[in-house]
Design a protein around this ligand. Structure first.
Ligand code: NDP
Length: 450
């Protein structure tokens, strides 16, 4: 990038920072994209004069609401709920709902922003959004979860719909919560439509949806390895988290011959140098329990060591898959991975690596797949669930798994094409940002100013 473009980009980042001063995660996500796309953006005068990047740095709308619900003792609680509808230029807003005490507008805006570009990479007609609440489901009874979901939907229902905005799950929102949310939507809207994805198979859900993010991550990883004439056989894989994404990634990696040496929770990490047995993952994958208890169950049956308060990145591994949450892997972790000769970091979570960590990966030539590419399998399957709902059909498991594989291969190839290869190193991060931005920017430009 020449110095005049660099100045323009700095001005753009200053502008984003000044408008979103208390939103560090959102600024981080915008900066991440802008650094990769700004050079080509500045060459496309039509994009620049229509201020496409500036427009994409402001969500279409943010809906904020009160969620009032009653616990089992009759006490009333007041939480906050949000839906960020970031960009609908390619299709209906699409993106998960997260229930976690850390949820705020910065986190939801970054997730919705990422989602727009991730959806674009799938090639399907879906846009980007995200929603959630600062509600903490930990320790809550099933009835309390149901009442909270219903209260959340009492407001959200008027903003979503199969052609408007189609939410799905995310942290602490799985099949059970989607069931409660969908039930309340159906009652209030008086219609049975595919307004949410991740539903149970009995009422419009899709085969492979639950597995899709984790399996898709491993399909993407397999493409990265194949370019180096390698496969997953005997690779040591460190995974963080032990939720939906982490466990399905572990299951598929083990199926393909890898050794999964860690899983973690917010309290610590389970390390198993021989590899966690696949049958233990299969045994716990459908259980609904606290992550730390789940890991203790695996340890009690299969051995391994529990490291309280630690993260997985200090252990020797060939491949690291951060699958828990944003900014969980920092510069020190990246240095430890580099020291241990880690070859590949592929993101299962959204933006799990800090900017410093990513710089270190590039510097040390560690291949790094960003979540918007490598975890896009979940939203891809959601898109396929929408297609099945719209056509009153249900597709077979094998067909969906093959389609997922095809989409992940295509995303991989788009990344390689747009990144190019320099001294044998593919900058997947840059490739994903450019490929995704090209599609979204073209759609925004074609639809006029608004
Ligand atoms: P789950 O709620 O199923 O699991 C989350 C896991 O991450 C739990 O093991 C949790 O442990 C751990 N975790 C959460 N916060 C922290 C933290 N601060 N530090 C360490 N560990 C933490 O969520 P998912 O598996 O669905 O989502 C995981 C990530 O993947 C998120 O970034 C999400 O946005 C992303 N993602 C999910 C998709 C999906 O289809 N579900 C699609 C694409 C991306 P504990 O319970 O102890 O907190």
């Amino acid at each position: 990038m020449n110095s005049s473009n660099e100045r323009c980009m700095d001005n753009f980042i200053d502008w984003v920072e000044s408008r979103n001063a208390d939103e560090p995660e959102f600024i981080q996500a915008v900066r991440d994209l802008a650094c990769d796309v700004y050079a080509s953006y500045s060459e496309r005068k039509a994009w620049q004069s229509a201020k496409v990047l500036e427009r994409l740095s402001e969500p279409d709308r943010i809906i904020s609401f009160r969620v009032c619900w009653e616990d089992d003792r009759g006490d009333i609680h007041v939480n906050r709920g949000w839906r960020v509808q970031h960009c609908g230029a390619i299709g209906p807003y699409k993106g998960g709902i997260r229930f976690h005490p850390s949820v705020n507008t910065s986190i939801l805006k970054f997730l919705a922003f990422e989602q727009t570009f991730k959806s674009a990479l799938t090639g399907l007609p879906i846009g980007g959004g995200k929603g959630g609440s600062d509600f903490d489901p930990r320790g809550r009874s099933d009835r309390e979860i149901m009442r909270f979901c219903q209260a959340f939907m009492n407001e959200l229902y008027r903003h979503i719909g199969e052609n408007t905005d189609v939410p799905a799950g995310d942290i602490n929102v799985g099949r059970r919560e989607i069931g409660y949310l969908f039930g309340q939507y159906r009652r209030l809207a008086n219609t049975f439509s595919g307004a949410l994805t991740g539903k149970d198979i009995e009422f419009g859900g899709s085969h492979v949806r639950m597995e899709a993010t984790g399996y898709g991550l491993i399909y993407f990883l397999r493409c990265m390895l194949a370019r180096r004439d390698q496969d997953l056989e005997t690779q040591r894989v460190a995974i963080s988290g032990s939720g939906n994404v982490a466990l399905h990634a572990a299951q598929k990696a083990i199926d393909l011959g890898a050794r999964v040496i860690t899983l973690s929770s917010s309290k610590g990490v389970l390390h198993h140098s021989e590899g966690i047995p696949g049958k233990e993952i299969n045994r716990v994958i459908e259980l609904r329990m606290d992550s730390t208890e789940l890991l203790e169950k695996i340890r009690a049956a299969a051995g391994g060591d529990w490291h309280e308060g630690e993260k997985p990145w200090q252990f020797e591994c060939d491949i690291a898959l951060p699958c828990a949450t944003q900014n969980e892997l920092d510069g020190e972790d990246a240095k430890a991975l580099a020291q241990n000769q880690c070859l590949i970091v592929a993101e299962g979570a959204n933006m799990p690596c800090t900017e410093t960590a990513i710089e270190i990966f590039k510097d040390r030539k560690i291949l790094h797949a960003p979540g918007k590419a490598s975890n896009a399998g979940g939203v891809a399957l959601s898109g396929l669930e929408m297609a099945q709902n719209a056509s009153f059909s249900r597709w077979e498991q094998q067909r969906l798994d093959e389609k997922l594989l095809e989409i992940m291969q295509d995303i991989h190839n788009q990344c390689v094409k747009h990144a190019g290869e320099h001294d044998g190193y593919v900058d997947y991060h840059r490739g994903a940002n450019i490929a995704a931005f090209n599609r979204v920017a073209s759609a925004v430009l074609a639809q006029g100013i608004g």
